[in-house]
Design a protein around this ligand. Structure first.
Ligand SMILES: Nc1ncnc2c1ncn2[C@@H]1O[C@H](COP(=O)(O)OP(=O)(O)OP(=O)(O)O)[C@@H](O)[C@H]1O
Length: 604
């Protein structure tokens, strides 16, 4: 489902052609096999009808044979015809199943690629999340529907053609009469497809909420808290409620579709019965011989069933088409993201005065937020110097870290990076530990090596990074050392303490070997000795790098070369510990408060 550039609401024909192309591209061998099966099945059907007619003729003529001998050729024809159609449909079922998996893989991978390509701001938006959820769910189901529909369409077309040809040899004008059964089916097809698409779109936000509740109720990490707080029952009830809402939505659309299909079915039945009645009348009048009338009746049945099948397949393709258009619109998001990401392109510009990164009068408001997270922030990170960011909760510290990693682009002002900082993907090379750093449920080696995927197999580098961050002390004691899976949910796996995880995250940042290092609360979970060790070791670890430390713990901050104090998204003070203390402003107040708390504890 490449889908790029396709107009929304593209015609049924072009969508069907695209669906066939997609299937041919992703499953070429299976596509050919399915074609061969369809042809074999068609040949079998022709044999069955022609030999069947001969058999009925031989049995109904006045001088019918006394023994089976003369009937053998038609009996063989019927047997071979039956064998071929049965064989072909058995193989077709298996091939379709495999095809659906191949096509599903292709379309789900496209969805994954889009989610990886869009900006973080877009990824976070509810509209994108709804679209992602819808596309992901449909990506798993629609290919199967599509494969079924397209192959059934081919089978029904061949079967219908055979029926039409046979019926034409009996009474040609009965063919267009029988074809009329397709009309009511096609009339409801478009309406029903749209009704389903609208229902699925409306249900998606409810579905997302229900799936989130499901994750809470089944997740390992979530289990601790929801059990300790005894909120399982409450969450389960909300989960049931959301499921009820979802099912009610599907019930409503199903009732609507069933009513329409019922009407279409009645119309098609009336047409079929009328065609058969005409045929019987012609036979009674003696204008059509009995054998021809009998095979004509089979042909009418064959033709009308297949035409209804064609209508059903087209309806299914039409429904999938709407989802394919939706999928194409989703893929276009990635194209737009790629086109958009090149326009501001500040990442390669040299930062002024030898700085590794410089923020100049930067303002930023999160998408959907009303208050700016940053206003007029100017600051430079220089090689060999440690800059510390302090400030109250929500003052914008982590936002600065995200902008430095270029996860968002500023709304105003500019960020410039040293040209040498630009990594392979156009993003600046920054080694970062976020407050909520990732704990990969992969091996300990992976957890460190994912700091720089280009050197993923560099075992010596991973070991050196583990040593540098102090993570080696506990990683080497694990059952399989660095190859131990850091999750008890996997066979032979184990978990770490929060502080140990923090050291692993630090090892990942060290392994990245980047000229700029951002440490957002790097010691929050460390014991006092480990914290001291980490602070003292920062210079040794990142001596010649530009380091940004964000911390509420002043022990991490006092020795920084520059301390920047943020309040409500603005820089209110900057300087060294000594100058800021002498100034007696916000920093001095925060520091004194923390120091006093320690003093109070000591004397308590
Ligand atoms: N993804 C987001 N979408 C919308 N608003 C956000 C988002 N992330 C943060 N904010 C808001 O931006 C402001 C700054 O948040 P930020 O995380 O930078 O604060 P902080 O100084 O790091 O706080 P803390 O000390 O608690 O970690 C806050 O008001 C916060 O609510």
């Amino acid at each position: 489902m490449s889908g790029s550039g396709r107009a929304p609401g593209a015609s049924l024909v072009s969508n069907t052609v695209e669906a066939i192309r997609l299937i041919r591209r992703t499953a070429p061998r299976e596509y050919v096999l399915l074609l061969v099966c369809t042809i074999v099945s068609g040949i079998g059907l022709v044999l069955l009808l022609v030999a069947g007619r001969e058999l009925i003729r031989d049995l109904t003529v006045a001088d019918r044979p006394d023994d089976i001998g003369p009937l053998v050729p038609s009996l063989v024809g019927v047997a071979v015809g039956t064998g071929l159609t049965t064989l072909a449909s058995a193989v077709q079922a298996e091939v379709r199943w495999l095809m659906a998996h191949l096509v599903e893989r292709q379309s789900v991978t496209t969805v994954v690629d889009v989610a990886s390509a869009v900006s973080l701001a877009e990824l976070e938006s509810p509209d994108f999340q709804d679209h992602l959820q819808r596309t992901l769910r449909q990506a798993a189901q629609r290919p199967w529907d599509l494969v079924q529909a397209v192959s059934q369409l081919a089978g029904a077309a061949v079967g219908g053609l055979v029926g039409a040809v046979v019926l034409a040899t009996v009474e040609p004008w009965l063919v267009p009469a029988a074809l009329l059964v397709g009309l009511p089916v096609l009339l409801v097809a478009g309406r029903n497809s749209r009704a389903m698409f609208v229902a699925v779109s409306a249900i998606t936000p409810i579905n997302r909420e229900r799936e989130y509740l499901q994750e809470l109720l089944t997740g390992r990490d979530e289990a601790k808290e929801i059990r300790a707080f005894e909120s399982v029952e409450h969450l389960r009830q909300r989960y049931e409620q959301r499921y009820d809402d979802e099912i009610e939505g599907f019930r409503a659309v199903s009732r609507l579709r069933s009513r329409r299909l019922l009407l279409a079915g009645v119309g098609a039945t009336v047409i079929t019965v009328a065609t058969l009645a005409v045929l019987v009348g012609l036979s009674i009048d003696g204008r059509v011989p009995l054998a021809d009338a009998a095979i004509g009746a089979v042909a009418v049945q064959q033709l009308t069933t297949r035409v209804r099948g064609i209508g059903g397949s087209i309806s299914s393709i039409q429904e999938s088409s709407l989802f394919l258009d939706d999928h194409a619109a989703f893929v276009d998001r990635a194209h737009r993201a790629r086109a958009g990401s090149t326009s501001p392109a500040p990442a390669r510009t040299a930062a002024p005065d030898g700085a590794a990164v410089a923020l100049d009068d930067v303002s930023f408001t999160y998408p959907g937020a009303t208050v700016p997270a940053l206003r007029g922030v100017s600051l430079a990170l220089r090689p060999g110097r440690v800059t510390a960011l302090v400030g109250a909760n929500g003052s914008g510290k982590t936002t600065i870290a995200k902008l430095i990693c270029r996860l968002y682009d500023p709304d105003g002002g500019a960020i410039t990076w040293d040209a040498a900082l630009t990594g392979s993907g156009g993003l600046p090379r920054v080694g970062v530990i976020f407050q909520d750093f990732l704990r990969y449920q992969l091996s300990a080696h992976d957890n460190i090596a994912l700091g720089d995927s280009r050197r993923h197999v560099d075992r010596a580098g991973v070991e050196a990074s583990a040593r540098a961050s102090g993570a080696d002390t506990f990683l080497t004691r694990l059952a399989r050392g660095l190859d131990t899976w850091l999750s008890p949910a996997f066979e032979g796996g184990t978990d770490l303490s929060v502080g140990q995880w923090q050291r692993v995250a630090m090892a990942r940042a060290v392994f990245r070997d980047a000229p700029v290092v951002v440490l957002d609360e790097p010691t929050a979970a460390l014991d006092p000795l480990a914290e001291r060790e980490m602070i003292d070791g920062t210079t040794a670890l990142f001596g010649d790098r530009a380091v940004l430390v964000i911390s509420h713990r002043f022990a991490n901050v006092v020795n920084a070369d520059d301390i920047v104090v943020l309040s409500e998204g603005e820089i209110v003070e900057r300087g060294t510990h000594e100058t800021l203390m002498a100034r007696g402003g916000t920093y001095a107040e925060m520091y004194t408060t923390q120091a006093a708390a320690f003093g109070a504890e000591r004397h308590a």
